[in-house]
Design a protein around this ligand. Structure first.
Ligand code: 13P
Length: 253
């Protein structure tokens, strides 16, 4: 098992009304405080409307709160968007960048992700940079190249910034499908990611960066995934909407 920080991150996607979100977060806090003894770090990524109240609700706990998206511009005429400075002003500590659903439905590219990474760090928000290949890319045996290209966006970061950045490998074919990459398949890619980061930065930064796996992580497969050499945790979608499942996944370290 690695000495890196182990992280279970819940991406709520577009789920939970205001009261439902408060309830879920409170359950996660209560259960983690009474049951979680393995030192795993919990992060939750609720929709924007929850951020201000959940930052307050999680105060004094070890649970970090993050946004699911961030705009790359400082401010301006970008209707419907939320800036890094705005997130920072309400105490948000983390943000997802480049989730595959944003790449797929909202045209995010490696270039726009690079700008988002820069914007996040400018305001001391830690990004979880999401990467991963589609099924057709894997079938065409292009998965390592696709992930390397996505990782090249990290070049905009300084070595110091990269040291606190988190990476999440989420093969698109495993998201919400119930099909998970095997622990060996996922670990093979995590090793590739770490090698690529060593090339972009250096070996000690690569050795320290937390790389999460995402895609149909559930309580019954978390332990096998988390026991692999280069898998430092999970980015969990569906199962993070159940406090019981989320905590049981976090117990899998
Ligand atoms: P599922 O766990 O529902 O497959 O979602 C994974 C994901 O996209 C997390 O960001």
């Amino acid at each position: 098992m690695s000495k890196r920080q182990q992280i279970a991150a819940g991406n709520w996607k577009m789920h939970k009304t205001f009261l439902e979100g408060q309830g879920l977060a409170q359950e996660i806090r209560t259960m983690s405080e009474s049951e979680l003894t393995n030192g795993a770090k919990l992060l939750i990524f609720p929709p924007f409307i929850h951020l201000q109240s959940l930052v307050k609700q999680m105060e004094g706990s070890a649970i970090g709160v993050g946004a699911q998206n961030i705009n790359e511009h400082e401010q301006g005429a970008y209707t419907g968007e939320i800036s890094a400075a705005m997130l920072k002003s309400i105490g948000v500590q983390y943000t997802l960048v480049g989730h595959s659903e944003r790449r797929q439905y909202y045209n995010e590219t490696n270039a726009s992700c690079a700008a988002k990474l820069t914007a996040a760090f400018k305001h001391q928000i830690i990004p979880v940079y999401c990467i991963g290949e589609t099924l057709s890319e894997r079938e065409a045996n292009k998965h390592f190249d696709v992930v390397s290209e996505q990782l090249a966006a990290l070049k905009v970061l300084s070595a110091e910034e990269m040291s606190s950045c988190i990476v999440a490998y989420e093969p698109v074919w495993a998201i919400g499908t119930g099909v998970t990459a095997s622990a060996e398949q996922a670990n093979e890619m995590h090793i590739h990611i770490r090698k690529t980061i060593a090339t972009l930065f250096n070996q000690s930064i690569a050795d320290a960066v937390a790389i999460l796996y995402g895609g149909s992580v559930k309580p019954d497969n978390a332990q096998a995934l988390f026991s692999m050499s280069d898998i430092d945790g999970g980015l969990i979608g569906g199962a993070a909407l159940s406090s019981r499942d989320f905590i049981n996944i976090a117990k899998g370290f």
